[in-house]
Design a protein around this ligand. Structure first.
Ligand SMILES: [Fe+2]
Length: 433
């Protein structure tokens, strides 16, 4: 029997941990790019089949750049209790938020590097990718933590949430700039859903309450599409107060782009949206269960979409912005929550940059499987797209860390990595100095 789709091709895991030094560079790496690029993704051990792409142990791939050189590459599994002890996530005593696969994102806040997955606690890792252990903000975090927290560029606070399978289904949390958990607030939602991402604007928290509903009795990945759940987007005032819900057409969203408030107080949210047919196709392809009658054979790709939510009228306007298959929207996070013009996304073998002022798109073919393009602003940049995009591109057995000029998507440099890096999820650039 052939491997399931999530264990083969671009998703095939690597068997071990390695490191290499003084990597070969094509082009000229800007000296200013001194720091570390880390990227997370699922990587089951040899012989393991987690049953779903999302179930593989988290593996971090790291590249250290300094003064125009690529000093090292290394890859390390995140040593959660699931990895080291095969500890069960569900037991008679409840859920073990440390028995998870910390496989989705890696961020740095208040000097601490955290590997994240949405059903568990963050796991702290060192700048050399060794696992320190689970981190619960001094005992204050009692829920899971989303892999998509949002840092307010003006205050330095980190906003995030945790969703639960039992009440409270959704809890909002806020860290101070120093990394102290200073607020936890329950947000009322009708049920437990797979809420992967959210958005933050100057005054609002934005929730995606979509019909991938949790049921512990389900085999394998315990979520399935439920028509009866409906689909809604919620706005909660950051300062406190009730959530206002807007019904939207059923869909699924893993990832939002930026969101902001316009001059009329309306909230604009851009996201990579899956139609139900696209969703069923994707979910089945990565190991999820789908009613065969609902599998329409559509391409399992998302497309850029916009919602405009008007708190004054209580209405939501929906608009498809493009029909290309794209995912992993990124942008200049110095503008998080405020109006921004450019959005970077990836297609199967391309980076697609959208100009939201005129709706145009610029496509840069990469010739391989293309990972999320992380935007790194240039020092002292005046323009929103002045900086670089970092992305891991894989063709066959070879992978490169590609550095593009974010303004015109031209080549700046690429770092040849010593091994194939499986397609994964999210990465971050941790600048130094
Ligand atoms: Fe994600």
């Amino acid at each position: 029997m052939s491997d399931p789709s999530y264990l083969g091709g671009d998703l095939a895991p690597v068997p071990d941990e390695i490191e290499a030094h003084d990597l070969e560079i094509t082009g000229a790496l800007p000296a200013e790019l001194t720091g570390r690029y880390f990227r997370n993704g699922p990587n089951p051990r040899p012989g393991e089949d987690p049953g779903h792409w999302f179930g593989g142990h988290g593996m971090l791939h790291g590249v250290r750049l300094r003064d125009g050189r690529a000093e090292w590459y290394r890859n390390r599994w995140v040593r959660t209790r699931k990895f080291t002890e095969n500890a069960p996530f569900v037991s008679d005593t409840g859920l073990d938020l440390t028995a998870v696969s910390a496989n989705t994102h890696v961020i740095r806040h208040a000097g601490r590097i955290l590997a994240l997955v949405e059903n568990g606690l963050p796991h702290e890792v060192t700048p050399e990718l060794a696992t320190v252990g689970p981190y619960d903000f001094g005992g204050r975090l009692t829920t899971a933590m989303t892999a998509h927290p949002k840092q307010d560029p003006l205050t330095g606070e980190l906003h995030f949430f945790g969703y639960g399978f039992f009440p409270p289904f959704l809890t909002y949390h806020r860290l101070s700039p120093a990394g102290e958990l200073v607020e936890s607030r329950e947000i009322e939602v009708p049920g437990p859903t797979m809420m992967h991402d959210f958005a933050v604007t100057e005054n609002h928290l934005i929730w995606l309450d979509l019909p991938m509903v949790f049921d512990l009795n389900r085999e394998g990945m315990p979520y399935a599409w439920e028509d009866g759940y409906g689909a809604r987007i919620g706005l909660t005032p950051r300062a406190g107060g009730p959530t206002r819900w807007f019904d939207v057409d059923p869909c699924y969203v893993f990832h939002v782009g930026n969101a902001w408030e316009d001059d009329h107080g309306r909230v604009v949210l851009n996201a990579a949206r899956y139609s139900p047919d696209a969703w069923f196709s994707l979910w089945r392809g990565i190991g999820g269960s789908v009613d065969p009658a609902r599998h329409a054979g559509a391409a399992g790709t998302a497309a850029l979409h916009r919602w405009i939510l008007d708190p004054a009228s209580g209405t939501a306007k929906e608009e498809a912005l493009d029909d290309r298959g794209v995912e992993f929207p990124t942008f200049n996070e110095d503008l998080l929550g405020r109006h921004s013009r450019y959005l970077y996304t990836v297609g199967s073998d391309a980076i697609v940059k959208y100009d939201q002022r005129d709706g145009s798109a610029q496509v840069r073919k990469t010739g391989g499987n293309t990972g999320e393009a992380v935007f790194v602003p240039a020092e002292g940049a005046a323009g929103e797209d002045e900086g670089w995009l970092l992305s891991v591109v894989t063709s066959g057995e070879s992978s490169e860390l590609v550095v593009l000029d974010a303004a015109d998507l031209s080549d700046v440099a690429s770092v040849r990595l010593p091994r194939r890096v499986p397609a994964g999820f999210h990465g971050s650039w941790f600048a130094e100095g």
